[in-house]
Design a protein around this ligand. Sequence first.
Ligand SMILES: C[S@@+](CC[C@H](N)C(=O)[O-])C[C@H]1O[C@@H](n2cnc3c(N)ncnc32)[C@H](O)[C@@H]1O
Length: 240
Amino acid sequence: MENWITSHDRVLAQRQAEGWMFLIEAARDIRTTGALAPSSPALARALTDPVRTLAGRPLNILEAGAGTGAVTRTLIPLLSPGSRLDIAESNPRFTARLHHLARTHPHLAGRRQQVRIHSRRVQDLDTDRRYDVIVSGLPFANFLPDQVETIMGRYLEMLHPGGALTYFAYLGTRRARALLSSRAQARRHHAVEEVLAGYQRRYATGCWTVWANLPPAKVWQLTRPAPAPAPAPAAVGARR
Ligand SMILES: C[S@@+](CC[C@H](N)C(=O)[O-])C[C@H]1O[C@@H](n2cnc3c(N)ncnc32)[C@H](O)[C@@H]1O
């Protein structure tokens, strides 16, 4: 019991420290940090759902914008032997935190090479690797429409046919922006939503609202279509 209390206290202390770190980074640069606090376990669970669906198979997974590792911590125990998790995170203070998480996570003991942390923007990731699942934590609502178009195009390109992408958007941000920021900002936000709506129309295979997060968020799942099966060869000697 005492051991449980100690480890429970340790987890709480760690969550608190990460909460503060996130807030400090948000104060430094709210545009790229995109939130005041890490995602809740409920949001992390919804974002990682496609990995759970494919559980047991060796998978290539990409997480973009991992922050302090709220979603990474849900992903790591889902990594089966032979799976690999690439993480692209642009803030070097967050990548230092993620390196610490990968070094100390008990599930990775003896197989730390399963997780690779790239300290760069996801659009600058130089890789030929194709992924079964991409989990994006990027704050698209703060980006320019062209940036979102580039990143979404790159995500689709990096997915295996049949592979899944998840990302989230906080509820109510457009209305808040329309009330609180300039017209130019509201127009930019609307244009970003239009870009995302285009991808949703073509590729969406799921959408859920997660209320147990501050603020609540909508999670989208997009799937890169698998190629249509080749037509069956005509039967030899078939009559015309
Ligand atoms: C809203 S936070 C999400 C953090 C974490 N996934 C979570 O859910 O708690 C967005 C994260 O994306 C990172 N980020 C922003 N732009 C990025 C980019 N172009 N490439 C990679 N990471 C980026 C930020 O530094 C931040 O850690």
